[in-house]
Design a protein around this ligand. Structure first.
Ligand code: ACO
Length: 433
């Protein structure tokens, strides 16, 4: 029997059906609300609003659970490759060997970028932020890969083949763009790499190969990179993913939607937090390492300083990704023989915050970004590139959501508002103002 929620208003009452998810989450289906009552809901930041039904990622913020297509993040991070996880997110199942090989070879086939794109890259000033460059180049890919209008293709199989083509193109080209953005900033030659090495192995080579030296793969680096990319691969309806879905809902192309997702991820309250965490840890270190001083600043409501890497819109007990990444950070620093005072500062901050009532009562815990920057730093990735690495990991998640949004035939995203501006008033000519 369908459960109902009753809304009473102005002497009338209307019933709305409840929607139940596969993990027993309940939501009120208010699709008929406006037609029945002339009311809308007001929910800034969408803290209580579900924008869609999704079968990709399950997240239980109260209990620190994160699963991609039903598989726990712990199992995937410890046992799978990033390419397997990408396939899982996009197509719904883990690939068998043949499917995985075909996926990789289709990506390999598309691992080329028009050389003219390098001219666009050349025109960016040296100081440009890599996230802005990546977003622009991702959008520019459209000009070099003219797209058909999917809405004009009628045959379902043809649509699926066309979408598959777009997906492998994007997965092939984004890592090249990421490595070019990094190499350009570092004054290195722009290469293409070789996906026959493996997806993450190739990314690592494209990032770190020096033009004057033979390249030797460091398995610790590859394994850390694999884990980081998996942990960032999806996180249900966050700011950037919702952006991708909403841009895609206008029938903008996959590349345009992902370019918008990259811009949304850039901000320091979202993906940009990983760079902000390292900036913060370095500032504390340069200031003499007094973590207590910065804890006081974080708690002072007259100070805009926040403890970056702490708090999360959904996780209110712990972020399961932060648990995995904390262990990985220790492993990577140990394995690479790196002693970094920044890690000690991070540990002190974490310890102090976890026993401070300001943080505990607000249920603020370290999020994935608190430790990821420390690993990227150990891998010798410049801090301006941290959020770009996050974007690289998030691409399969964005693709999966764009594909699901299309498959579900979701309507164009278009929220309403409560208008609180001036009522109608007469125009006053310029000389009378
Ligand atoms: N440091 C100090 N105080 C904080 C912090 C923090 N990092 N985070 C939240 N608070 C306080 C707020 O000031 C507020 O206090 P109040 O109730 O006294 O006004 C309370 O905790 C609730 O915070 P909100 O900002 O309302 O929580 P919201 O869910 O909107 O924001 C967010 C979540 C943006 C992640 C926030 O915790 C934050 O700014 N954290 C730091 C940035 C960060 O690490 N972002 C990465 C998120 S993970 C990701 O995107 C990959």
């Amino acid at each position: 029997m369908v459960k109902l929620a009753k809304l009473s208003y102005d002497g009338n009452s209307v019933k709305f059906p409840l929607v139940e998810g596969t993990e027993n989450e309940l939501g009120i289906d208010i699709k008929a609300l406006r037609a029945a009552t002339n009311l809308i809901t007001l929910d800034p930041g969408f803290k209580n609003t579900g924008s869609c039904q999704s079968a990709i990622t399950f997240l239980d913020g109260e209990n620190g659970v994160l699963r991609y297509r039903g598989y726990s993040i712990e199992d995937l991070a410890n046992n799978a490759s990033f390419l397997e996880v990408s396939y899982l997110l996009i197509f719904g199942e883990l690939p068998n060997k043949n499917q995985l090989n075909k996926f990789l070879s289709d990506i390999q086939e598309n691992a080329i970028i028009d050389e003219d794109l390098k001219k666009i890259l050349d025109t960016f000033p040296k100081a440009a932020h890599p996230m802005g460059i990546l977003s622009s180049l991702t959008s520019a890919l459209i000009a070099f890969n003219p797209l058909k209008k999917i809405s004009l293709i009628k045959d379902e199989v043809e649509i699926q083949n066309y979408e598959y083509g777009l997906i492998v193109k994007l997965l092939a080209k984004i890592p090249i763009l990421v490595s070019w953005v990094h190499r350009k900033r570092s004054g290195l030659s722009l290469d293409y790499g070789n996906y026959n090495l493996g997806y993450v192995e190739n990314i690592t080579k494209m990032m770190f190969q020096k033009p004057h030296q033979d390249y030797f793969q460091n398995d610790i680096v590859v394994s850390a990179m694999n884990k980081l990319l998996i942990l960032h691969a999806d996180h249900e309806q966050n700011c950037s993913t919702s952006t991708v879905r909403i841009v895609g809902s206008s029938e903008a192309s996959l590349f345009a939607s992902v370019s918008a997702g990259i811009s949304a991820l850039w901000g320091r309250l979202h993906g940009g937090a990983n760079q902000a965490v390292l900036d913060m840890l370095e500032a504390i270190n340069n200031d003499g390492g007094d973590t207590k001083k910065f804890m006081l600043k974080a708690k002072d409501k007259n100070d805009s300083f926040r403890l970056m890497g702490f708090g999360h819109r959904v996780y209110k007990n712990f972020d399961p990704r932060a648990k995995i990444i904390k262990v990985t950070a220790h492993e990577v620093l140990n394995d690479l023989g790196i002693k970094d005072p920044i890690l000690d500062i991070a540990k002190s901050l974490e310890k102090e915050a976890l026993s401070d009532p300001y943080f505990t009562t607000r249920r603020l815990y370290p999020n994935v970004d608190f430790y990821s920057g420390i690993i990227y730093k150990a891998l010798k990735i410049p801090k301006e590139m941290f959020t770009v690495m996050f974007a690289l990991g998030r691409v399969p998640g964005w693709i999966a959501h764009w594909k699901e949004m299309r498959l579900n035939k979701e309507p164009i995203g278009r929220p309403r508002q409560i208008y609180v501006g001036e009522n109608q008033r007469p125009f006053v000519s310029l000389n009378k103002r």
